[in-house]
Every structure is written in C-alpha cells, then in structure tokens.
Design a protein around this ligand. Structure first.
Ligand code: IMP
Ligand code: MG
Length: 190
C-alpha cells in the first residue's frame, strides 16, 4: 500500500472503536512496521557510541517506543516523560505541563526524545529546553509522524517516520480524548 493512501476502514477497527467514526486508514500495520524497522537502523547507525537513553514522551509514544527500541541494535536505556498539552481538544493549546520527570540521570548521556507526532512543535520545544538544561552529551528527537505545519521550529527532528497529512490522526498510541490508542493502524478522524 502506498504511504498516505486512504483505504476503507475494516470491520475489525470499528469493533475496537465501538462503531465510532474513524474515516480512513492512513498508515497500515505493515507500513508502520517496515518504517519502524528502518528508523531503528537509522538510530543504530546515527548514534553509534555513548550512553544512549531513549526517552519516551507518554502517553502517545508508548506503542511506537516499544516497537522502536526492539529495532535498535546497540545498548540503550529507556525512561519516560509525561507531559500534558491537548486536553480534550483537537487543537494544540501550547500549554505544556510536566507530570512525570525521568528518574534516570541525563547528564553526559546521548538522549533520544521519542514523540508520537509533531504538530505545532510547542510540546517538543518546551521539553527540549528543559532537557538541554540537564547537560546531556547530545539531544535528538525521533517522531513517528511530523505534520510540518510550523515553519519556525526551534529544534529539528532528526528521525521522522512519516511526513503526515495535516489531519487529526489516531491509533498506534495516538488518541483523541484518550480513545483509539489501541487501534493497530494510524487512521484519520477527518
Ligand atoms: P504540538 O505541541 O502541537 O506539536 O502537539 C504535539 C502533541 O499533540 C502530540 O504529542 C500529540 O499528543 C498531540 N497531537 C498533535 N497532533 C495530533 C493528532 O493528529 N492526533 C493525536 N494527537 C495529536
Ligand atoms: Mg495526545
């Protein structure tokens, strides 16, 4: 299947959503798995030495991160950050709060911040400022999806899974008001 191509939603997805409308599948399971494998290789080659700490931004990255770290062929540690930004809306508020701070020491480590999707980039910008202040040896971002809507992003995303359409996407960890995270595909609510 061509990346970004919309296909109709199978009955098994509607079963998981309780029949709620998820209009089209944007990235199917096989497409995601293949791209995650490629990202794992790129990270293995792109961060060859140092103490790699993969920091997953919860909750959206939980499925992506668990698949991704299994595709990275080098020693690494995993920790998480919990931030809250959207609440129940579909529009980014820019109000980012840190609800959980990683316990792992960040100083001197090569940190890879893993995010589900970059939309306005406000969440990332806020978190990157915060992480930078802890003196890591290096700090990079890996995002499964990037909407490329903001043109004045303070930090670039070194590892991007897919250049996503500017639509509200759910599944594979992404939610709308905490629903749809468990859909094994990425679907559009448009
Ligand atoms: P940003 O601060 O505008 O870049 O928003 C980033 C965060 O908003 C992501 O980590 C997601 O949790 C959420 N988000 C942005 N776009 C979407 C979307 O299309 N679907 C689900 N969540 C989204
Ligand atoms: Mg969210």
């Amino acid at each position: 299947m061509k990346v970004g191509q919309a296909v109709s939603v199978p009955a098994e997805v509607l079963e998981r959503t309780g029949g709620r409308p998820v209009s089209s599948i944007v990235y199917d399971e096989a497409t995601i798995a293949e791209r995650v494998r490629e990202l794992g290789m790129a990270i293995t080659e792109g961060i060859p030495d140092g103490e790699l700490l993969v920091l997953g931004l919860l909750k959206g990255s939980f499925i992506f991160l668990s698949d991704l770290v299994r595709q990275v062929r080098r020693p690494l540690q995993v920790d998480f950050l919990v931030a809250s930004s959207y609440g129940k809306g579909k529009v980014s508020s820019g109000d980012v709060r840190l609800l959980y701070d990683p316990e792992t020491e960040l100083e001197g480590k090569d940190i890879l911040l893993v995010e589900d999707i970059v939309d306005t980039g406000r969440t990332l910008s806020r978190l990157m400022d915060l992480l930078k202040a802890r003196n890591p040896r290096s700090l990079e971002i890996c995002a499964l999806l990037h909407k490329h809507v903001a043109h004045d992003l303070k930090y670039s995303t070194k590892f991007v899974g897919f250049d996503a359409p500017n639509e509200f996407l759910v599944g594979y960890g992404l939610d709308h008001a905490e629903n749809f995270r468990h859909i094994p595909y990425i679907a559009s609510l448009q």
